[in-house]
Ligand binder design. Structure first.
Ligand code: PAF
Length: 281
């Protein structure tokens, strides 16, 4: 496994790499969710590249950039064990050199949900993903459905800017009690960890009602809120039943929908979602 830090090195490595090349963009602190993306990429590509970069542009001023878990050696060991060929782990100045002044601003798809609660977040995500696509020129890039709105933003920018990457979305990997794997789960103390399953339980409630034929989006949202209200440690940022491509709220679920929610458990903010009426592709 080749590990490189500079743009020049990774450009050279990708130019020589066997194609197709699959990229797994990450911010490190790898867990089974990331590794499932690497495994899928390994199945589908001659070369598997991963990036490890905690992108300051996608963190708000009061968010957890400084505290975000970092352990590059552990991440490299995990990536090597999965057969990754190339890792791009740049320092900050390599991605944002002095004088850097161009950002990618996503439109309507980034306004609601995470966009409303984390101003500037998707501008940062869109900028770094566009840069990674430009630098590594992957044939495919792998993202987890766990970050459902990020998936919609990346698909939109990839189409709108004609980047020509095949965006592959993989299912959310869960702990045995349903909690979606996230690098932020390490912040939870034992009591909060127990409470955190409420996100999964609320989503299951919406999915059960949907499967029983409920199509009224307001009723599905209310059902999730009811479950969340029963957990004293949970403070809800939003619950949503939205179009999974445009991230606009729905009145009725006539086609595919994404049930999603963001909940604070103590000081930790967790997100999760279920797709209703759509399989991943
Ligand atoms: O999902 C993430 O880990 C990040 O948002 C990404 C896509 C690596 C961009 O920094």
């Amino acid at each position: 496994m080749q590990v490189v830090e500079t743009v020049a090195q990774v450009v050279a490595a990708c130019r020589e790499a066997r194609r197709p090349l699959g990229l797994v963009p990450t911010m490190g602190a790898l867990h089974e969710g990331h590794l499932s993306l690497v495994r899928r990429a390994r199945l589908e590509n001659a070369t598997v590249a991963a990036s490890v970069f905690v992108n300051p542009a996608q963190f708000g001023p009061r968010e957890d950039l400084a505290a975000y878990p970092r352990d590059l050696q552990r991440d490299l060991d995990l990536l090597r064990a999965e057969g990754t060929d190339l890792v791009f782990a740049p320092p900050l100045e390599e991605v944002y050199p002095p004088g850097f002044d161009t950002y990618v601003e996503p439109g309507e798809v980034a306004i609601n949900l995470e966009g409303a609660h984390r101003p500037g977040h998707f501008r940062g995500v869109a900028t770094v993903v566009t840069k990674l696509f430009a630098i590594l020129r992957p044939d495919r890039a792998y993202f987890g459905q766990k970050d459902g709105q990020q998936v919609a933003v990346v698909r939109r920018l990839n189409a709108d800017l004609d980047l020509g990457v095949e965006v592959v979305v993989c299912p959310t990997v869960r702990e045995s009690d349903g909690l979606a794997m996230s690098s932020r789960n390490v912040y939870l103390n034992p009591e909060e960890r127990r409470a955190a399953t409420v996100l999964y339980r609320a989503l299951c409630r919406a999915r059960d009602l949907y499967q029983q034929g409920e199509r009224d989006a307001a009723r599905l949202r209310r059902a999730m809120e009811e479950v969340l209200r029963q957990e004293p440690l949970a403070r809800t940022d939003y619950v949503s039943i939205a179009d999974p491509d445009t991230i606009q709220e729905l009145e009725r679920v006539e086609g595919p929908a994404m049930a999603s929610l963001a909940v604070r458990i103590g000081r930790t903010r967790l997100i999760d979602n279920f797709l209703l009426g759509r399989d991943l592709s």
